[in-house]
Design a protein around this ligand. Structure first.
Ligand SMILES: [Zn+2]
Length: 167
């Protein structure tokens, strides 16, 4: 599979992480530190402080490895949480297998990392919505439903409380 196809598949699999949720420099640094702590990444293999901001392009990659890896991130110092997890997936691959590529091993790391971000709700804590993002119809509908729930639930609870008091 060409790398472009691999990226395309990944985009389809994690559209929200790749298109909607973005983080800035400070948040990226925190996420990388959290990642090293959570996945017990040995410091001699990758130091969370060794982020290199690209001089020319707005893409990401990993250099070095299997030890003394450096994480190269976009020149603009912002990126999607999906791109960040893609690169961290390569670091995990290097730590576990000594090499990195766009294959099933990377896919597994990526799946684990995205699951971790979702569980920890990092998009809420560390991300902002990419201004160029337009939600697909389905998502807009879901958001609307959530909005209804969010407004109705407190009212319902208050009503129930009131009933309890009257008992
Ligand atoms: Zn890659």
């Amino acid at each position: 599979m060409s790398y472009l196809k691999y990226y395309q598949k990944e985009n389809e699999e994690y559209p929200i992480e790749n298109k909607k949720w973005y983080c800035e420099e400070e948040q990226i640094k925190k996420l990388v530190k959290n990642f090293c702590a959570q996945y017990l990444v040995p410091k001699d293999k990758f130091n969370p402080n060794s982020i290199v901001w690209n001089k020319k392009n707005n893409s990401g990659h990993i250099a070095g490895g299997p030890s003394r890896m450096t994480l190269h991130l976009p020149r603009c110092r912002t990126c999607s949480i999906g791109l960040l997890m893609h690169e961290l997936g390569h670091i995990l691959e290097f730590v576990k297998y000594g090499k990195a590529g766009h294959n099933n091993k990377h896919k597994r790391q990526m799946k684990s990392l995205i699951g971790w971000c979702r569980r920890e709700e990092y998009f809420r804590k560390y991300c902002y919505v990419n201004p160029d993002y337009t939600p697909p119809e389905k998502e807009a509908k879901k958001e609307k439903e959530q909005e209804v729930i969010d407004t109705l639930l407190p009212k319902l609870k208050a009503a129930l409380n009131q009933m309890e008091k009257q008992k």
